[in-house]
Design a protein around this ligand. Sequence first.
Ligand code: PFF
Length: 446
Amino acid sequence: MAASASGRGQWGSQLGFVLAAAGSAIGLGNIWRFPYVTGQSGGGAFVLVYLCCVVFVALPVMLLEISLGRATQRNPVGALLAVRPGTRWRFLGYLALATGLGILSYYAVIAGKVAAYCASYARALTGGGGADYQGTAGSVVFYFAFFLVLTLAVVAGGVQRGIERWSKILMPLLLVTMLGIIARGLFLPGSLAGVQWFLTPDFSKIDGRVVLAAMAQAFFSLSLGMGAMLTYGSYLSKQQDILRCGAWVVFFDTLVAVLAGLMIFPAVFALGHDPAAGTTLTFQVLPAVFAGMPGGTAIGLLFFFLLGVAALTSTVSLLEVVTAYFVDERSWPRSRAVWAVSAATFVVGIPSAFDLAGHDPFSSLRLLGQQGFLGLMDFVWGNLSLAFGSLMLCLFGIFVWGLPRAAAEIASTSPFFARFSRVWIFFVRWLCPLAIAFILATLFGL
Ligand code: PFF
């Protein structure tokens, strides 16, 4: 690990950044959320709109976020202050921290459920009964806490010893495992109907709702709009190429989402399940799918292990963003920051855990059209706040930092980008903010 002049950590290599940032991007968003949203939005047409949102909106915003991190070498709040000392825009940084904690609080609950499935498949495999997991409130809270402790242990190890080393081992493992499951699924009779449904766009299915779902999914999946890419970018050295790094992260994240679709839909079609089953697609349909397969218990164990691994590299980035703030700006020792943030997250996440266990303490509350506490948290932090944060980041780039300066930061290590920097500036100045403003307006029914 190269310690930078400021004494902060730095990635040991460009590959370290790409793997860690791809680890942040790839998670429950790709393997659980992308297939179920695709299933509800009609298949191939949604996939096509999603790909357009990723390339034309999310990728430009991602380059802006990484470049602000690399230019300032700071956390979300510090980065804004480094560009303009004392600026009120720092509230955007505080919003990013709140969003990180907010997403982590329910994301780790779902990730805990994945760990619980993993444990019950492992028990089933070693002869201890069926593989179904009965999520009582106590056990959901237990696995939520367990997952937070796992996350904490990785983040406490620091940038390189913790995050980079783990990502280097876990991400390649993830890809290989997925390819194995896809190959297995394609041998099932009738599976090709699923492939076709997933990959053939039916343009009559594209409407405002589909575009909205696709755009929100792109921000969530690429960890944009809350400073995760900014913070990881801040550990890049000035010699590392932002365009190449960003493009690889987008490529891997999209690849895994598409692979997740190829892993799930052929099996769903082959076994006669409903692709539009919703949030339960992964948690209820897949175990049924595995149960109908020879060797299904082992495949189930592998799948939920893989999903847990993907979720862990994402929760690590969520915790790292908030931790970096306390380490950089408040000079807290890393371990104190990690423990304090995790404890706060645990408290905030308890209602989500009870919701997932079927005992929503706020079940009478119907806010913003969302049912249930966990759904409300996902809507507020996972959709609204990420879109709003990305929009504000574009405005910060346009009005405070200056897009030509941002472009120069990216171009300094990428002669290729230098030739297209005007195109990028056009996207960040016009297309991205307008598209995001359109989503936000639609979310509020304007
Ligand atoms: N991108 C992650 C996923 O797709 O699962 C979720 C996520 C992680 C969102 C980190 C935002 C973030 F900052």
